[in-house]
Design a binder for this molecule. Sequence first.
Ligand code: MTE
Ligand code: MO
Length: 377
Amino acid sequence: SWLRVIQEKHPEMLHLLQFPYNGEPPKRLVTAKPITPNPLHFIRNHGGIPDIDADAWELRLDGLVKHPRTFTLKDLQNEEIFPRMEKLVTIQCSGTRRIEQIQMYAGEGDEMINAPWAEGAIGTARYVGVSLKKVIKQCGGMAEGGKHLEFHGADTYFKQNEVMNYLVSVPWSKVKANEVMLAWEMNGEPLPKIHGYPVRLVVMGYIGARSVKWVYRIRALPHPTHAPVQSKEYLYFNQQVGKHNQLPVMGIQIQEMPVSSAIMSPWAKQVVVHEGKIACKGWAYSGGGRWPERVELSADGGFSWYSVPNENLSTKHKWAWRTWEYDLPCDVEGWIEIVVRCWDNSLNTQPLEVRNSWNWGLHVTSSCHRVKIYSVN
Ligand code: MTE
Ligand code: MO
């Protein structure tokens, strides 16, 4: 049952929702290691957790591919046909740090059905599998007009009085660039049940929603899928129009996450006793194959900034976050606000305040993370 599956996770996971099961690691464990141990990787589900027999599992490729075909796991693991792909990838939910937008919510509160994620809806793992491009090549390539790949997850959920599978799509250009993987191994272990066993997609540099778990069918289409998760959810609305007046066409489909970062220690309202330097740590990440190039910290609400020395950042990877640690100079006593800001390799940086990125879907809280603490020097 799903209860037993949840027990495979770390006992300190924060359970945001019981069904569908959603959970994130507690603050003190989010950046304990630069690679997230599997039991501590966050979980985002829209429906149940299917129980799939890997030996019976098949992946169907159809729609606008030249020769529709079915593959078993053994087919995909045949290295003579499919070279093994191994990548360190950060999966980040576009709802990460939503709690900060919820605290500024301007509506009545009756729409507050979104999971109140904090800074832990992000995780980094080494995935092993094959490039989806190579699998499509075994189907003779894309047929005339095929421009998007629709991914079907075997889990079901209830929406608009219908039971449906989890369905989203990504453009063929993303697949063609070898940035979409069919993965069966996570940090040296078979993919855990709750993370998509036996095979999931890992779409590098895109929001977690596109990395479909328990995939069993991939269909090539001329357009992005019209399924609700793609066309009605994960939209970035504007700030001006009330929630009830928003139409899906007014939202931008969220794909790559902008540069973002978070302070995992110290945490809000903590009394920190120190001798002129506050030990800080956290993560920084940028979507779309960009990586954190500089992390800055402020002890005065964002008026002055210290750069975290490069050697205090974990190794650079195209598709992964960097964890960081820094002893932040501070000679004041009393309530102070610690702020983090990241610059990625394209020199994108973060908005200063939550209200700068606030939106009606409560997605993409990419503003500078701020933590008020009591400094005792
Ligand atoms: N795949 C299926 N089949 N069903 C889902 O509900 N949720 C998506 C994605 N893939 C989802 C899914 C979302 S929104 C996120 S953020 C990631 O899975 C989370 O992956 P994880 O649970 O392995 O951390
Ligand atoms: Mo997500």
